[in-house]
Design a protein around this ligand. Structure first.
Ligand code: DX5
Ligand code: ZN
Length: 218
């Protein structure tokens, strides 16, 4: 069944504890945490201190998405802060295989994220090492953008490759997912949907999360 991972990038940071409780009560499967360094992407968000605090109150796994340059510098820090899944960008590290090995050596699930224009071939010699592949369906850096239609084909192609290899790596799709396209994206092959603004821009975050859960469970 397709899982829901709300991204707190669009949450009310003055009421983060309540927002996290609400998405959890609404059935969220993961909390998606968008870490941005202002270098790899043109935005800066938060780092280990926020993640440490969220870990104390979260009953669901932390899905940490590192949109930072040279993420190998901070793998241990984000794992020590509480990451349950740690995803790095293939485009942001020189030694992708070594960095994935480092994450897995700590017993944490390892993910690789690809920007919209990055071809799937980048994954060819590392696919077997991965727990998760995060396909960006917007250009990373901001919430509230529109889904890039060309990524639909990318999701289908990746799903077919995974099925052909009988591997169990999960496909997570991130960016521009709304209530009116979520089911379609799930049907294309997405196992996990990251949703930011179309959950947190609503007053009743719990009810909005429940709507997504019901939709993708149909
Ligand atoms: C963008 C982030 C996404 C974003 C999704 O760089 O990686 O997770 O927060 O937000 P929406 O759902 O608003 O596109
Ligand atoms: Zn993200």
């Amino acid at each position: 069944m397709t899982k829901i991972a709300p991204s707190i990038l669009s949450a009310d940071f003055l009421n983060l504890k309540q927002e996290i409780q609400d998405i959890s009560l609404g059935g969220a499967d993961l909390i998606h945490l968008d870490v941005m360094d202002g270098n790899y992407v043109p935005n800066i968000t938060f780092g280990m201190p926020i993640i440490k605090s969220i870990k104390k109150i979260s009953s669901i796994p932390l899905d940490v998405h590192l949109m930072i340059d040279k993420p190998e510098r901070y793998i241990d820090d984000f794992i020590d802060a509480g990451a349950d899944i740690l995803t790095i960008h293939a485009e942001a590290t020189t030694h992708l295989h070594r960095t994935i090995q480092l994450i897995k050596s700590r017993g944490i699930k390892a993910g690789v994220s690809l920007n919209p224009a990055t071809p799937l071939d980048v994954l060819e010699y590392i696919m077997d090492e991965l727990d998760l592949i995060l396909l960006m369906s917007v250009n990373p850096g901001f919430g509230g953008q529109s889904f890039i239609k060309a990524v639909e084909r990318k999701i289908q192609t990746l799903k077919n490759r995974i099925s052909a290899d009988y591997s169990n790596v999960l496909i997570e799709v991130d960016g521009g997912i709304k209530l009116d396209n979520a089911k379609h994206i799930a049907d294309l092959g997405a196992d996990i949907l990251v949703i930011g603004s179309d959950i947190f821009s609503y007053n009743d975050v719990r009810a909005r999360t429940e709507q997504f859960k019901i939709l993708v469970s149909e």
